[in-house]
Design a protein around this ligand. Structure first.
Ligand code: GLU
Length: 306
């Protein structure tokens, strides 16, 4: 019944395809087929529900900021991370240069904007940059219950070639002492992290781990501390959907994170993890049809936490 409900929802929301645009500022993303819409839901009863193109791959993009934040928390604890990367919403686009004249402070950034995410990449523990990225990739695989997850090399190289604004943000961070280590190496970790290839089921599983405060589906093993899920879920609620987070909180009302690859990871605390994919974005950078699916799902199933 749930699967049929999701099928109907996907078919209905395919009608919104054509109203948005696929991201083009990363040349490789412009090649995505816009006619894709998929969803996977993993509920805490242990059931997995799928509909549409739930198996199609896409790059994780900004959804990885949740995993970078988690890795930074696991490696450094709450106090250290909070001191360096602020937690207040900026109300500005994800790639904004947000600072007052003459100073850049931790309160000008948060973990869900590019500056915060790039700074957090330098907080991941590891002897070399390669080791740091491997640890992040392994955490992603663990949370997604999928050890086949890899980087999409074409997207990675495309981002690296064209990511001049991210480079500018990173050097600005460095000049204010908010990046440890070599800037280009830290950026490389960030570009690779954004280019990790996933599908809806992977995102649903990662969302599940946050909804269950650190447990994998159908397992008792705890992958991370419950207090880290509280931290991440709270940040997702206020900053997860770019500068559309307030509107999303009213209309959907769950912690969620979107990425310019068209993915959205939803977390319904204690109830379910959700993965959605549709490449066309609205003007804020969120998957347009994906948000419509989430709105309808939330209303039908009373998912809003508010
Ligand atoms: N790699 C992208 C960037 O940094 C991620 C942006 C996003 O998904 O919001 O520009």
């Amino acid at each position: 019944m749930m699967e049929q409900f999701l099928e109907n929802l996907v078919e209905e929301c395919r009608g919104y395809i054509g109203e948005g645009n696929v991201a083009t500022y990363i040349p490789e993303l412009a090649k995505m087929d816009p006619n894709q819409l998929g969803i996977c839901v993993i509920s805490t009863t242990g059931k997995v529900y799928r509909a549409g193109e739930y198996m199609n791959p896409f790059t994780i993009q900004s959804v990885v900021k949740t995993i970078i934040l988690l890795q930074a928390l696991i490696d450094n604890g709450v106090d250290f991370v909070k001191e360096r990367i602020g937690v207040e919403a900026t109300g500005k686009p994800f790639d904004a240069i947000n600072m007052r004249a003459g100073s850049l402070e931790s309160q000008h950034i948060n973990p869900m904007v590019n500056m915060g995410a790039i700074a957090m990449c330098s907080l991941i523990k590891g002897k070399t940059e390669k080791e740091k990225f491997e640890r992040l990739l392994n955490l992603t695989r663990k949370l997604a219950c999928n050890d086949k997850i890899e980087v999409n090399q074409d997207v990675y190289l495309s981002e690296k070639r064209t990511g001049h604004k991210n480079r500018a943000l990173a050097y600005l961070l460095k000049s204010y002492g908010l990046i440890e280590g070599d800037v280009d190496e830290v950026l490389d970790t960030y570009f690779k992290a954004c280019s990790i290839s996933v599908n809806c089921e992977d995102l649903a599983c990662i969302g599940y781990c946050f909804c269950s405060h650190g447990k994998l589906p159908r397992k008792e093993e705890r992958v991370f501390e419950s207090e880290y899920a509280t931290y991440v879920n709270a940040i997702l609620t206020t900053c997860g959907m770019y500068d559309g987070s307030g509107e999303f909180a009213i209309n959907v009302g769950i912690p969620a994170k979107s990425g310019v690859g068209g993915g959205i990871m939803g977390v319904v605390p204690t109830r379910m993890g959700i993965g959605i994919f549709s490449p066309e974005l609205d003007e804020k950078g969120n998957s347009l049809a994906g948000i419509r699916v989430l709105e309808k799902l939330s209303k039908e199933m009373y998912l809003s936490i508010f």
